[in-house]
Design a protein around this ligand. Structure first.
Ligand SMILES: Cc1cc2nc3c(=O)[nH]c(=O)nc-3n(C[C@H](O)[C@H](O)[C@H](O)COP(=O)(O)OP(=O)(O)OC[C@H]3O[C@@H](n4cnc5c(N)ncnc54)[C@H](O)[C@@H]3O)c2cc1C
Length: 539
């Protein structure tokens, strides 16, 4: 760790709340913090409104009217799939907050489609429209936006509280430092640069930043989501594959590939070098018309290569989406989405979503509901905390926490390290189909890379430094993932162990993790309310 003073070559800002990451979670956090009376800075690696997993896609939302029967069905729907790790108290809060937030989105003028009875259909949002609107309302609320400004490390005050962050600008060489009373991490998940649409900015940066400050994670074993996509495209929107038959090159149907366990069958074929094809031939005429209007960008890559996916089979692959459509992330300790570190809050995919969907999410609308709700709560709580700290917070000395990854003298090749990490996390044989022996072998490799990283010197040039930090974040994420996966000696949610194929009732617990040089795991009894009721711990 190094002492961080305001330097002449660094653009320095002071604010009450700094939000890092400007997807839906970060935008809601920034807006709510500003509404709560705080001055807010929002920094994103890309351009707020177009960056992240939501921005390029249509997104289903867990929007359920407050009717007892509908709510009960919604809460029950994921309990089995999620391995009974979801918490009803959090589920109810998220349903209430999402309902209220989408009313707000309607009032802001989002063009929801209308059904035959004239009611708005609020169960889905077009990412580009939604995020354009969020940028507009965030700006109108007075939030200062730093586009193309990845955060590289957090700043810690004397007593270990987070008091800001530092980063670089991707447009020009300027570095930035924001001193803040509280920080919200909304940096999304980690998809390991697998080229899934919208995901290549999602390299687990927030996990690393937080862990370097002492924060803990939870559910990192639920991190092996793979999205179906055409082999020639990055689009992993998979809802329309419900109309697919999966085939061999000669057009014969692959047994079971369209079933509940179809992903595993497809993965096994791909792993063996057999190309799998899909044909959306189960869609009727109405489905085909609806599909084009609901997800126009699903068709872009087909149009480009002149394939009609309803009548011509096309090659598919499975792209790693990691924790983006997994559920693990930073551990929360109260209803305001505080992490285990004072002054640090987390929202959206950066935070664990086990609380509402246990060990499984898929595309399935819970993520969008979680992003808007947790963003809202984190922004509100961060504002309250920062305003409570008072103006003196900025005068305190600060330590840059990011030195934990690199302290030696050798030069690191970030691309090589990224490829090495991908080699351990992308193959289906290692991450989708897990085993104790396989995980242990990968961890030996990954721990070795970590030691090498710790002996290298940080680059001076900002762009290289950013890539180094991304590689370090992916490496750290892989180690928390696999240590957690090793600790869960059963199959539950999306976590599948070949050597422990059944769910074990004795393991209905969360697995917390953390640490850098020494990665640790610890089990914690689920569900959450056995430890603390959200309502009781609300500040
Ligand atoms: C193909 C696909 C389809 C999906 N469909 C659905 C669906 O239908 N329903 C659903 O509920 N969910 C869906 N999801 C999941 C959903 O998109 C995410 O849960 C959601 O985007 C999370 O929002 P977020 O704000 O936490 O993260 P993101 O939207 O990913 O935004 C994170 C932001 O953080 C920024 N960032 C990252 N690192 C840094 C850094 N170091 N410094 C500054 N900024 C940083 C990124 O640039 C990005 O803008 C889908 C995901 C994918 C990939």
């Amino acid at each position: 760790m190094t002492t961080s003073a305001a330097r002449a070559d660094v653009r320095t800002l002071q604010t009450d709340v700094l939000v890092i990451g400007g997807g839906p979670a970060g935008c809601w956090a920034a807006w709510r913090a500003a509404q709560s009376g705080a001055r807010v800075v929002l920094a994103d690696k890309g351009y707020v409104g177009t960056s992240g997993a939501t921005a390029p896609s249509g997104t289903g939302v867990w929007y359920v009217p407050p009717e007892a029967e509908a709510r009960e069905a919604a809460l029950a729907s994921r309990e089995v799939l999620g391995g009974h790790l979801a918490d009803r108290g959090w589920g109810e809060r998220v349903l209430d907050q999402t309902y209220a937030n989408l009313e707000q989105v309607a009032q802001w003028g989002y063009p929801f489609p209308v059904d035959e009875a004239g009611r708005q259909r609020r169960t889905s949002l077009q990412g580009p429209e939604y995020m354009k609107l969020m940028r507009k309302v965030v700006k109108q609320a007075g939030v200062k936006i730093l586009d193309q400004s990845p955060a590289l490390q957090l700043l810690l005050g004397d007593e270990g509280a987070v008091v800001g962050a530092e980063g670089v600008s991707r447009q020009g060489d300027a570095a930035w430092q924001v001193r803040a009373g509280a920080v919200v991490l909304a940096t999304g998940g980690c998809a390991f640069l697998s080229n899934a649409l919208g995901c290549n900015v999602l390299t687990g940066d927030g996990y690393l930043l937080a862990a370097e400050s002492g924060a803990e994670l939870s559910g990192m074993e639920f991190s092996n989501a793979y999205g179906l996509s055409p082999a020639f495209s990055s689009v992993t929107k998979s809802a329309f594959y419900r109309w697919a038959t999966f085939r061999y090159e000669d057009g014969s149907v692959i047994d079971g590939a369209g079933s509940k366990h179809g992903r595993s069958i497809i993965a096994r074929h791909l792993e063996a070098g057999t190309q799998v094809y899909a044909l959306l031939d189960l869609a009727n005429d109405d489905d085909r018309r609806y599909a084009r209007s609901a997800q126009p960008n699903f068709f872009l890559s087909f149009d480009r290569v002149g394939i009609d996916p309803f009548t011509q089979q096309f090659p598919v692959t499975l792209r790693l989406e990691g924790t983006v459509r997994g559920t693990g992330g930073l551990r929360l300790v109260d209803a305001g989405c505080a992490t285990t570190v004072r002054g640090l809050y987390a929202a959206g995919d950066a935070a664990t979503r086990e609380l509402i969907c246990g060990g499984f999410t898929g595309g399935g609308s819970h993520n969008a509901a979680w992003a808007t709700s947790s963003g809202y709560w984190a922004g509100e709580a961060a504002a309250r905390f920062a305003l409570g700290e008072g103006a003196g917070a900025h005068a305190r000395s600060a330590i840059a926490a990011g030195g934990a990854t690199q302290s030696g003298g050798r030069v690191l090749d970030a691309r090589e390290l990224t490829r090495a990490v991908q080699h351990e996390v992308q193959p289906y044989s290692k991450n989708l189909f897990r085993s104790g022996a396989g995980l242990t072998h990968s961890l030996t490799q990954l721990d070795g890379y970590w030691r090498t990283l710790r002996q290298s010197a940080p680059a001076l040039d900002p762009a290289t430094r950013q890539h180094e930090r991304e590689a370090a974040a992916m490496l750290a994420t892989a180690r928390w993932m696999y240590r957690s996966a090793l600790a869960r000696t059963e199959t539950r949610g999306m976590h599948k162990r070949l050597d422990h194929a059944a769910q074990d009732p004795a393991q209905q617990h969360y697995i917390h993790s953390g640490g850098l040089d020494q990665v640790w795991t610890r089990s914690h009894r689920a569900p959450w309310h056995q430890a603390a009721q959200p309502a009781e711990v609300a500040a």
